[in-house]
Design a binder for this molecule. Structure first.
Ligand SMILES: Nc1nc2c(ncn2[C@@H]2O[C@H](COP(=O)(O)OP(=O)(O)OP(=O)(O)O)[C@@H](O)[C@H]2O)c(=O)[nH]1
Ligand SMILES: [Mg+2]
Length: 153
């Protein structure tokens, strides 16, 4: 466990990034749509899905995540399409990248098929799964990512 790991969450609109971000910090409750890059007290980063979806915003995304140690791509379990721009996550060399399939509790969740799509897209590292509404599931992802934010609260 390392308190100083600064992670950034990226992924499409509505993927569940902010819900996961808050849950990793031990917070729950309704989240609002992310309008701008947000930081927590440790300097971890939540990004708006639009940054990821619109090519004209890629440079803003790349700048925002330039300082993080761990880049986490969040993809919903009910979306079988991966629109991740090739090479975007690898833009900074030697940085850890992890993938989290979110919303696995949804009735239309297909995490196995989504994992297959993501592998076909070229993800070679860890692909984790989470329901951000369940604290046990969030705690497991926190451990798998090697984070301990929120646990000392
Ligand atoms: N069932 C279920 N719903 C979730 C989960 N995570 C997020 N949601 C819901 O999905 C919706 C979008 O969640 P957000 O966390 O705002 O998504 P986001 O990726 O931050 O979206 P942007 O800020 O627009 O980029 C909200 O209504 C959440 O309550 C989950 O694990 N399970
Ligand atoms: Mg958000």
């Amino acid at each position: 466990m390392n308190r100083s790991i600064r992670f950034a969450l990226v992924g499409p609109v509505e993927a569940g990034k902010s819900t996961l971000f808050r849950a990793l910090n031990g917070e729950c409750g309704e989240v609002r749509k992310t309008q701008a890059v947000e930081y927590d007290a440790q300097g971890c980063i939540d990004t708006p899905g639009e940054f990821f979806s619109h090519p004209r915003l890629f440079s803003a995304l790349i700048n925002s995540i330039s300082e993080c140690d761990l880049l986490v791509y969040v993809h919903p379990a009910n979306d079988l399409e991966c629109r991740l721009p090739p090479g975007l996550l690898e833009i900074h060399a030697n940085r850890r990248i992890a993938v989290v399939i979110s919303k696995i509790d949804r009735p239309d969740a297909q995490p196995d098929s989504v994992e297959e799509v993501l592998r076909e897209h070229g993800f070679v590292g860890d692909i984790l799964r989470v329901c951000s509404l369940q604290s046990e599931s969030v705690a497991q992802v926190r451990r798998q990512l090697g984070l301990n934010c929120g646990s000392a609260a």
